[in-house]
Ligand binder design. Structure first.
Ligand SMILES: Nc1ncnc2c1ncn2[C@@H]1O[C@H](COP(=O)(O)OP(=O)(O)OP(=O)(O)O)[C@@H](O)[C@H]1O
Length: 949
């Protein structure tokens, strides 16, 4: 009979045993590291865990237990905890659900240490966990084990995951309510878990690769073994269900289960669909539901496929399942801060008790019961983030750096947000003609731009006078000129006219309109160039432009285009960047990116970051898709704060005239040499003295017709530019059949839906076509004959009228304008007159203005063309031209001239002189896709068409 051991001997034995265990643990960890290093599935697991680490949380040197390691169940419950029981040789494998899925293994998020044991005979001891933290003395064994099981290492206390130990404990407790937990555990109310709304633990799962056997061990951990049986029982007998996506919500497909229904009813976003007999929830409740479902042994719920955090949730398929503690590696409540106003941000995150406690410490906290979100003043942002970082199981991403920079003043503020007041700029250095002409809202625009140090996207609605504002802003920085103005090809000369009109101090010689690829980009003080020529000439730039205007800046929306590649470096180095667009993004936020960084090159240096936040970026097997939109409220706030000023017509209607007229000088370069020669020849004919009156008149009609023919390419280019700029509904009036034909032909080629009304349209058809245009949004353009459609029709669904040709009778023009400017029109209407230099327009335009002036003086017309249109001095003073002008006046004032001209226009055959536009246009732009898409697609290929001749 052996003597009983002395106390000292017992102590010594225990010490030795502990040492042996520790050595064994070390050895096994080393093995595990080796495996991880050899690229096994564990290594993949480990890397996944690391990826899942919140980037903003302090990182500890990798701790073996926190990343996809093999745990030995026994060691979770023994080793340095003070537990005297012998090591359990059971073998456990920690892996992600995906891995488990792949390997056919099943995982559950329940503390395995409390539950899952197989007979030693079937278990192979392969890994030992590191020593565990000391458990509270006197804790009941079961709870003690559960507590310990979550604590992978005492060292992890200092890691962001250290506190995860509490979570498994909670889970272990929750498990006690299950039917299988009849092992002396206190009963728990099935609804409790759900009520607690504990979000899902996002850790990895530990599972026993062999626990599927469901065997019961005869070891001292008998109760645990029985739990294993319970787990097994759940796996085989539990009710199977699945989460299924349904729009932005998800639904749960499962049969009736009272416990689960109790869980459902505790979730705030619950909704029951009697038709499908399924409950559905918002994604914000997903984690909480999965978590609660995991604690119900009678339920096995398949997670959402591809759910953001599904990898953090246990896989539920297969037979054997073990409810095991999450590895303390990933945050289980994840979310981000989102800006909701200039002064406040909210936390878009699931529920966490600890997090709520932190929220409640913020002075500016506000809880929105509707959205169930907390919001705070920006000035508490940094404080909140700092405190949340101390919560190991919470990952709350701060506002992106771009936002904190843009709203830096708000972040530092201590008083409530007051609307930013824009200081009045000192415009004494700018031509008084311009400054005094600015409408009040335009003045605000100029002030805003100067407050932003000359870098902005001026995104006022179309027709609000972005040109005059841009010229004023640029003129404020005149000392920094030469100025570069990049514009669509069709409006280069209109810009030249605008500079001449608004800056009388600027000599016309100082303006350089770049017409060909051989011209110099820097020849003038003001250099106006088309997007396409810029990409050919940018290499000329030795010294950068300090002041740059980009008109229709959405032309830069696609970073891959030559125009964008040419413009972006220029914008980056320029000191002042004035982007103009009435439609900065026509279909998606991604289109704004280049314009944003054009103004603020430091914002979102990587498009991907922008795409993730605002384009709902999604990864597909073929790559990332940035065509969506997300967080638009925040994007709007950011743009308004730091990048963009946008006013709608409706915002400033009271300041606007009912009609805004604009003379558009269309590019002379577009008129072919042949057409030019024909025009010159006819002009010469008209001034030949020997001609009879009749012959002269014939010459005039021919001049008028040749003008129409010569303008066709420019007119089409302008109309297409308008469509690209986002003009969705407008009228184009022309007089000659050849122009109407060319326009409709081109619109057909581009698959732009339109209607056409000319002299040959029956009255029944006229009304029908008019109605179609009014009712259908898809009808973008109405091509109308000046004389056949200028009366009796209503096209008030449009607010822009383009005159492709001039007409000598202003009364007819005014009537045509009034097709849109009539009852039903709530907006200020824009009228664009396309005028080509060196054509009959040289005489028609001044003649029209003169006539209107006379009518106005006689009180017969309220319209004053000269006040609203550019280039009021658009008139050739050459004596020969004066002669033609006189001749024009005389001819058009004679009785019957209208009829003669109309007939001439109808019968005009362009003959050999007519350019078939089909040959000019890029066939590659044709496509068969539906309208909206087609329009965007062909615009993407627009470069080739807009190149000057
Ligand atoms: N303050 C003003 N005084 C006189 N005319 C003005 C004023 N503001 C704008 N206009 C006239 O209104 C017309 C439209 O202006 P502008 O072309 O600059 O508009 P926009 O905003 O650039 O429109 P879009 O986006 O269609 O190009 C022009 O003829 C312009 O001369």
């Amino acid at each position: 009979m052996s003597l009983p051991l002395t106390e000292e001997q017992r102590k010594k034995i225990e010490e030795n045993r502990q040492k042996a265990l520790a050595r064994r643990a070390e050895k096994l960890l080393a093995e595990q590291h080796q495996r991880a290093g050899s690229g096994s599935s564990i290594a993949a697991n480990s890397s996944q865990s690391k990826q899942g680490l919140p980037p903003n949380l302090p990182r500890e040197p990798p701790k073996p237990v926190s990343h996809g390691v093999l745990f030995k169940q026994q060691d979770l419950s023994s080793s340095s905890t003070g537990d005297q029981r012998p090591p359990n040789p059971h073998h456990f494998h920690l892996s992600t659900p995906q891995q488990a899925k792949g390997s056919g293994k099943i995982h559950e998020d329940v503390p395995t240490a409390c539950l899952s044991h197989s007979p030693p005979s079937q278990m192979t001891a392969t890994r030992v966990s590191p020593p565990l933290a000391k458990s509270p003395p006197g804790a009941p064994t079961q709870q003690l084990l559960c507590y310990q099981s979550g604590q992978a290492s005492h060292e992890t206390k200092s890691t962001p995951f250290a506190n995860t130990a509490r979570e498994p404990l909670a889970k272990a407790k929750s498990f006690q309510k299950t039917p299988a937990s009849s092992f002396g555990q206190p009963h728990r109310d099935p609804g409790l878990d759900a009520k607690a709304e504990r979000p899902s633990t996002s850790g990895q799962n530990i599972s026993d690769s062999r626990c599927g056997s469901g065997s019961v061990t005869a070891r001292p951990e008998g109760r645990l073994s029985q739990k294993s049986g319970a787990s097994f029982h759940k796996a085989v007998s539990s009710q199977q269900g699945a989460c299924i996506r349904s729009g932005d919500r998800f639904q749960v497909k499962i049969g009736y289960n009272a416990h689960l229904i109790a869980v459902f009813k505790s979730l705030p976003s619950r909704s029951y669909d009697p038709a499908t007999k399924m409950w559905n929830f918002s994604m914000t409740d997903y984690s909480a539901l999965m978590k609660a479902a995991q604690s119900l042994p009678s339920v096995t719920l398949q997670p959402l496929e591809g759910a953001e955090d599904s990898r953090e949730l246990p896989s539920a398929d297969g037979v054997a399942q073990a409810r095991l503690p999450s590895a303390p590696s990933l945050a289980f409540v994840k979310g981000r801060c989102v800006l909701i106003s200039r002064a406040r941000f909210e936390a878009d995150i699931g529920y966490s008790e600890h997090l709520t406690a932190v929220f409640k410490q913020m002075d500016s906290r506000n809880y929105d019961a509707k959205t169930r979100r907390w919001s705070f003043l920006l000035e508490e942002h940094n404080k909140l983030i700092a405190q949340v970082r101390c919560l190991p199981q919470v990952q709350l991403d701060p506002l992106p750096k771009t936002l904190t920079l843009a709203f830096a003043s708000q972040l530092e503020k201590t008083s409530p947000c007051v609307p930013e007041t824009i200081p009045e700029a000192d415009l004494s250095g700018v031509d008084s003609k311009l400054v005094s002409s600015l409408l009040p809202f335009q003045r605000v625009g100029v002030n805003f731009a100067i407050a932003k140090r000359g870098r902005l996207l001026l995104a006022d609605d179309m027709g609000l006078g972005k040109t005059i504002q841009a010229i004023c802003i640029a003129a404020f920085y005149r000392k920094e000129w030469p100025l570069l103005v990049v514009v669509p090809s069709s409006v280069r000369f209109t810009w030249e006219q605008a500079f001449l009109r608004w800056l009388p101090s600027l000599s016309p010689d100082c303006i350089n309109v770049v017409v060909t690829g051989k011209d110099r980009l820097t020849a003038g003080l003001v250099n106006i160039v088309s997007f396409d020529l810029l990409s050919k000439l940018e290499k000329q730039l030795k010294t950068p432009f300090k002041v740059v205007i980009i008109d229709e800046s959405h032309f830069l929306k696609n970073i891959k285009t030559a125009r964008c590649r040419a413009a972006m470096p220029i914008l980056k180095v320029a000191k002042r960047v004035i982007l103009l667009s009435g439609t900065p993004a026509m279909s998606r936020p991604a289109e704004l990116y280049t314009q944003i960084i054009g103004v603020r090159p430091t914002f979102f240096p990587q498009f991907h970051a922008f795409g993730l936040r605002y384009c709902d970026a999604k990864q597909h097997p073929w790559g990332w898709d940035y065509s969506g939109s997300s967080n638009l409220g925040e994007l709007k706030l950011l743009l308004e704060e730091a990048v963009m000023l946008r006013r709608l017509k409706s915002d400033v209607l009271a300041q606007l005239p009912a009609k805004q007229r604009k003379m558009v000088v269309i590019a002379p370069g577009r008129i072919s040499t042949k057409a030019r020669a024909a025009l010159d020849a006819v002009a010469k004919e008209m001034t030949t003295k020997e001609k009879t009156n009749r012959q002269q008149k014939e010459a005039l009609l021919l001049f008028f017709s040749r003008t129409a023919e010569a303008k066709i390419p420019c007119v089409i280019e302008y109309v297409l530019d308008l469509l690209e700029s986002g003009r969705e509904k407008f009228l184009v009036f022309a007089h000659h059949k050849v122009v109407l034909d060319a326009l409709t032909k081109e619109l057909e080629r581009k698959h732009v839906q339109h209607v056409r009304i000319d002299g040959s349209t029956s009255s029944a058809d006229r009304d029908d076509l008019c109605r179609q245009f009014q009712l259908f949004e898809s009808h973008a353009v109405a091509v109308l004959s000046i004389t056949a459609a200028s009366m009796g029709l209503t096209f008030s669904s449009a607010d822009l009228v383009v005159f492709a040709e001039l007409f000598w009778n202003p009364g007819v023009l005014l009537q045509a304008e009034d097709r849109v400017h009539r009852i039903g029109q709530s907006s200020s209407v824009s009228i664009h007159y396309l005028v080509a230099k060196g054509t009959a327009d040289d005489y028609l335009w001044p003649m029209i203005q003169e006539k209107i002036k006379v009518l106005g003086e006689a009180g017969l017309s309220e319209t004053n063309f000269s006040e609203m249109a550019e280039a009021t001095d658009y008139f050739h003073k050459d004596p020969k031209q004066q002669q033609i002008y006189d001749f024009f006046q005389k001819s058009f004032e004679e009785d019957g001239s209208d009829r003669e001209l109309l007939e001439a226009a109808e019968s005009f055959d362009p003959g050999s002189g007519f350019q078939d536009l089909g040959g000019m246009l890029d066939e590659s732009t044709l496509t068969d896709s539906p309208l909206k898409k087609r329009r965007f697609e062909f615009f993407d290929n627009f470069d080739s068409f807009t190149s000057p001749l």
